[in-house]
Design a protein around this ligand. Structure first.
Ligand SMILES: [Zn+2]
Length: 392
């Protein structure tokens, strides 16, 4: 049965590859809609007004004339907690773009959906050396990014949950170690060696029929539960990738509900703490007409299911949550194949002014007064989520 399932998934991956290639040729980028954004806004605490300006006390000098009008003071201009020198050094820009990287197999199979262990290590090394800092997918989507000043947030995602992402090596005595060449082994080592890289964050969107025990990895079946729990205990997130890797564009609403709700329930058999807040849309194929209503929430068999966001397959960095075009249910990802990694890492080197750079303060959104043409006019102040906007 496992082999049959595996065959189906591989067939799906192959179809997905074709679809993705076509989408890439067409320019795979879906724009947001006002309906999406307004639905999202309801999920958040409304933006509060800026702190009241400090009002100067009235002069103690007595006057014989009654004061007839209260003077209106202009609102105080928020000031950064960073010094002018730090602002010049770090150049925070929290309106910039954020890369979400999308990996599948970590092996030597080749193709667009396989990344070798050394390639993954090299990607992490490049990110680390270029001031990137790993943040959880949920933090990006919820505009709760916490990164030190000057760091560029990046989100790591792994789809499908095949064995090359998380494999235990078991010796003759039954002792288990994490394969140093699987994704989790590589991440854990890199995080341990680089504690200032945002340890413990990556999203694993796992097919729940055989978490990290396919293809052809029946020996790993006894460890499915342990692996899922390991991820949660070490700060990773679990995403929803449906049960059967369905193409939602071709599915009925009832099927989509059954697949999304079923995946949540199955993953919670492995760990009740599995949050499943984010949907990694299989093949990047959204429900018909791009209707994400079900992603935002639905009832199924007496339970309510909702997600905070959804991830596409392809093909560019995502916008800041403060960007007018940001839509949490249409977040683009960069495929972990060499051509796409080379393309977007080069882009990042050549266009530092377009990337999100943290100000180190989770309560403020710091944006330069002078922006390049890509970001000029992109700020939507209704999306500040209660944070104070600082311009400099
Ligand atoms: Zn997939």
């Amino acid at each position: 049965m496992l082999r049959k399932f595996t065959g189906i998934v591989w067939a799906c991956v192959a179809v997905g590859l074709v679809i993705t290639l076509i989408a890439g040729l067409l320019g795979d980028f879906s724009d947001s809609s006002d309906a999406h954004n307004s639905a999202r806004a309801a999920d958040f605490t409304p933006a509060t007004t800026l702190a009241s300006p400090t009002v100067a006390l009235a002069s103690p000098t007595a006057t014989s004339h009654p004061i007839v009008a209260t003077p209106t003071l202009p609102p105080a201009t928020p000031v950064s907690t960073l010094t002018p020198g730090e602002l010049a050094q770090y150049k925070p820009n929290e309106l910039g773009w954020i890369m979400v990287l999308m990996y599948h197999a970590i092996n030597h199979d080749g193709g667009d959906y396989a990344t070798t262990p050394d390639e993954l290590r090299a990607d992490l090394q490049w990110l680390y050396e270029h001031n990137f800092y790993v943040v959880p997918a949920s933090a990006y989507i919820k505009d709760e990014i916490k990164a030190p000043a000057g760091k560029r947030p990046v989100v790591l995602t792994f789809d499908d949950g095949e064995v090359s992402q998380f494999r235990y090596l078991v010796d003759a005595a039954g002792n288990k170690t994490i394969d140093p060449d699987c994704a989790v082994g590589i991440l854990e080592k890199f995080y341990a060696d680089h504690p200032d890289f945002g340890h413990g964050s990556a999203l694993f969107s796992i097919l729940p029929l055989a978490p990290f025990a396919w293809p052809d990895a029946e020996d790993q079946v006894p460890y499915e539960k342990e692996k899922v729990q390991f991820l949660i205990d070490h700060g990773y997130e679990i995403g929803n990738h449906t049960i059967n890797h369905i193409n939602m564009k071709q599915a009925t609403n009832d099927d989509i509900k059954k697949e999304l709700a079923g995946a949540v329930n199955m993953m919670r058999q492995f760990s009740p703490q599995a949050q499943m807040q984010v949907i990694a849309v299989p093949f990047g194929e959204y429900p018909l007409h791009g209707d994400t209503t079900l992603f935002e929430g639905f009832d199924y068999e007496g339970q309510h299911y909702a997600s905070i966001g959804a991830l596409m397959v392809g093909a560019n960095p995502g916008q800041s949550p403060e960007d007018q075009d940001f839509d949490p249910y249409w977040i683009p990802r960069i495929r972990g194949s060499r051509d796409q990694i080379d393309k977007w890492f080069s882009f990042a080197e050549d266009n530092p002014g377009i990337l999100y750079v943290s100000d180190g303060n989770a309560d403020t959104i710091t944006v330069p007064n002078t922006l390049g043409p890509t970001l000029t006019g992109a700020l939507d102040q209704s999306k500040l989520h209660g944070k104070t906007l600082i311009r400099y």
